[in-house]
Design a protein around this ligand. Structure first.
Ligand code: SF4
Length: 716
């Protein structure tokens, strides 16, 4: 048996795994005892990875060879790589010549490896000359990126996992850590056992499993996080729990914020958030008095039309109380996807450039153009995820290339997304799985390799870069994502009369070395790292510049921030209510989230039978009084309706929500109702209803809240 080190391909904890194989087939998986994220532990998803890789399952669900169709009324037929990529390059060259480079777009994924991400970004921005490339990380992390940059000056989580063991207080906001980042939650449980003085506060509209175990649970109303954080800051000011010396020496902008938070009195905040004043006061005292307060946060803050403000308000609280830049303290954003962080490092989003550079900065554009060997990088901002699909729907973007993601299920306001996919002149889907809801829209299907078959690197939530190694040979005619983009780029270069290639890559390491060079002198400098060092010494945190002997576990310990004057910036933020208002016609708040044992659209976890033992099928959860008032009982089918659509779900009683609030898991798509024999295509999943309202800075949609009405379904 061969043992190969890799990482888990699910969440942003980035656990190390050891894949057991015979070189052809995955036989088993175990946690890597040497990996500093998990020290050998795996959750229910990670420990069943090998079951999803069994040949019988792979045969059923994998895309194994290229397919094309000549028109929308034809079925796709098997093709070969050379003619498929040649045909694509011809279509791209023709469309770019006729309509300009912004007539094409790319929608990529936080599940790609860093090397994949890098090549696609260079293909779009460097070779084609469009910034129309965005990632599904836009739905996940872009508010955290904007929040860090606005306050601390760089997109760099300042804390590390070891801080879980060093904190005196852990403040979990908008994160069901027990489900979404299970191995981190195990570390919190162990830390509490070892240190009974460690307190945990959870703020969330739902009484999740994470909330149930907290010392203090603040069941805030949806979207009221900024009011909560400003209210806590108000109390910290009142009770002399802020650090005036730190504020004076290392920050700017506090005077304006101080004026703003005067209005956030305990009475106002308690009423706005729907919590008790004494709980608010206790939370502020615990946070401000603790020697080390660590905040963990995720989609509950990010997936909001005021997501950047929520991130900034929480970071304000950390800066004012000097709960940052020291062991056990800091605002620590958890990444949802396994390599959302790597995507941010290579600038694989519409507004970013390689090495944490900004598209809007002319010097940064010139630096990247020089690195890539192109005349320039276009200045015009690219379309972000929701805008990208709207541009397709409007006919502005004609060719769309979707890589390793499933927008026909995961994007908000599905009817518009599906309309866009139908209207595009050409949809290319590059996927490992042929079972996703997006594949039927593909005019060209490019079969990609996946976990256990790929090599490269990923970066987890604590800025730790891990090597990923292939354990088995790619099945069928599948190819690696970076290699598909490289082969296409070389063909397109010929159509564009480029005399030489700017894609001289034969291995993922060739790509990584260029990426490494792009970080030189930047806040994430990794010029001291190599594949060899990562293989021999294990995963490392950035920054890790040339000459360093180790990475940096936590940032800003010297109080110097990567801003023009070295000071962190308080951002003056006010509470804004959710966009979709509750009213008489739509009296319920609907929120979405993950389940413990499923991942995204279930293309992989859906192949593992035992992962359905926790929750077998989708449904809407409601508070008991709401069900009683509508004469509903567990198992009834209900129409869940708003201005964007109407879906049928099974209803069940839950004590997690207050009356007036409801929850639907994000994982199921259109197949579930037809699978239960209730007819076909009743449902395209919860995202038929979710809101595309965008945060003005991060352009992240408000997936966490919409208003709905719920009526018992009368089936024919
Ligand atoms: Fe995988 Fe995340 Fe579970 Fe770790 S915690 S095993 S990375 S799903």
């Amino acid at each position: 048996m061969i043992e190969t080190k890799a990482t888990c391909c699910y969440c942003g904890v980035g656990c190390g795994v050891v894949i057991q194989s015979d070189g052809q087939q995955v036989l088993g998986v175990r946690g890597d005892p040497d990996h500093p994220a998990n020290f050998g532990r795996l959750c229910s998803k990670g420990s069943t990875l090998h079951l999803s890789a069994q040949p019988g399952i792979q045969k059923q669900v994998r895309a194994l060879y290229p397919e094309m169709r000549s028109s929308r009324d034809q079925a796709r037929v098997r093709s070969d790589w050379d003619s498929t990529l040649g045909s694509m390059a011809h279509r791209f060259a023709e469309t770019i010549a006729k309509h300009g480079p912004d007539s094409v777009g790319f929608y990529i994924s936080g599940q790609l490896l860093t090397e994949d991400y890098y090549v696609f970004n260079k293909l779009a921005k460097g070779l084609i000359g469009t910034n129309n490339i965005d990632s599904n990380s836009r739905l996940c992390m872009s508010s955290a990126v904007a929040g860090y940059k606005q306050t601390l000056g760089a997109d760099a989580p300042p804390s590390c996992y070891e801080d879980l063991e060093l904190a005196e207080l852990i403040f979990i906001v908008g994160s069901n850590t027990a489900y979404a980042h299970p191995i981190l939650y195990r570390r919190i449980e162990a830390a509490r056992k070892n240190n009974p003085a460690l307190k945990v506060i959870v703020a969330d509209p739902r009484r999740t499993d994470t909330a149930r175990e907290a010392d203090l649970f603040l069941q805030i109303l949806p979207g009221t996080d900024v009011a909560l954080f400003n209210g806590m800051l108000h109390l910290c000011l009142w009770e002399d729990l802020i650090d005036l010396d730190y504020i004076a020496a290392h920050t700017e902008g506090f005077a304006d914020l101080k004026q703003t938070v005067r209005a956030y009195t305990p009475a106002f905040v308690a009423q706005t958030c729907g919590i008790r004043e004494e709980d608010l006061i206790l939370a502020a005292r615990l946070f401000g008095q603790s020697k080390a307060s660590l905040s963990l946060y995720c989609q509950g803050l990010n997936q909001s039309a005021s997501g950047t403000a929520k991130n900034a308000a929480l970071i304000n609280l950390h800066l004012a109380t000097h709960q940052i830049g020291k062991p056990g303290a800091g605002p620590f954003s958890l990444t949802g996807q396994p390599n959302a962080m790597g995507g941010r490092e290579v600038g694989g989003m519409a507004n970013l450039l390689s090495g944490h550079r900004d598209l809007a900065n002319p010097r940064h554009r010139a630096e990247v153009a020089a690195l890539w060997g192109v005349a320039d990088v276009p200045e015009k901002p690219g379309k972000t995820a929701v805008e990208l699909f709207e541009a397709v729907r409007q006919g502005e973007i004609k060719l769309l290339w979707i890589v390793c993601t499933n927008p026909a299920q995961s994007m908000p306001e599905q009817n518009l997304i599906r309309e866009a996919l139908n209207k595009a002149e050409l949809v290319i889907v590059q996927e490992a799985y042929r079972s996703t809801a997006t594949v039927p829209y593909a005019d060209i299907l490019l079969p990609a390799t996946t976990w256990a078959e790929k090599s490269g690197t990923v970066t987890n939530s604590e800025r730790r870069i891990s090597r990923v190694n292939a354990a088995i040979a790619p099945p069928g005619e599948t190819r690696h994502d970076w290699a598909i983009a490289t082969a296409f780029a070389r063909k397109l270069e010929k159509f564009l009369d480029k005399p030489w290639t700017i894609f001289p890559y034969d291995t993922p390491e060739d790509v990584w070395l260029e990426h490494r060079e792009s970080t030189r002198g930047r806040d994430l400098d990794i010029t001291g790292l190599s594949y060899q060092l990562l293989d021999s010494q294990g995963p490392q945190q950035w920054p890790f510049p040339a000459g360093a002997t180790h990475g940096q576990p936590r940032l800003y310990e010297d109080g110097i921030f990567p801003t023009a004057n070295g000071r962190a910036r308080f951002v003056n933020v006010d509470y804004q209510p959710v966009v979709d208002k509750i009213d008489a016609r739509h009296p319920f708040a609907l929120t979405t989230g993950r389940l413990r044992d499923q991942w995204h659209g279930m293309s992989r976890t859906g192949t593992v039978a035992q992962l359905f033992s926790h929750v077998a099928e989708p449904g809407i959860e409601m508070a008991a009084p709401d069900m009683a008032r509508r004469f509903l009982k567990n198992g009834d089918l209900v129409h869940v309706t708003n201005k964007r659509g109407s879906q049928i779900f099974t209803v069940s009683e839950s004590d997690e929500m207050r009356p007036g609030q409801t929850f639907i898991a994000m994982h199921w798509g259109e197949e579930y109702v037809s699978g239960r024999g209730h007819g076909s295509n009743f449902s395209v999943g919860v995202n038929a209803l979710t809101s595309p309202a965008l945060d003005p800075s991060s352009k992240q949609p408000e997936l966490k809240h919409t208003a709905v009405k719920i009526l018992k379904a009368e089936l024919p």
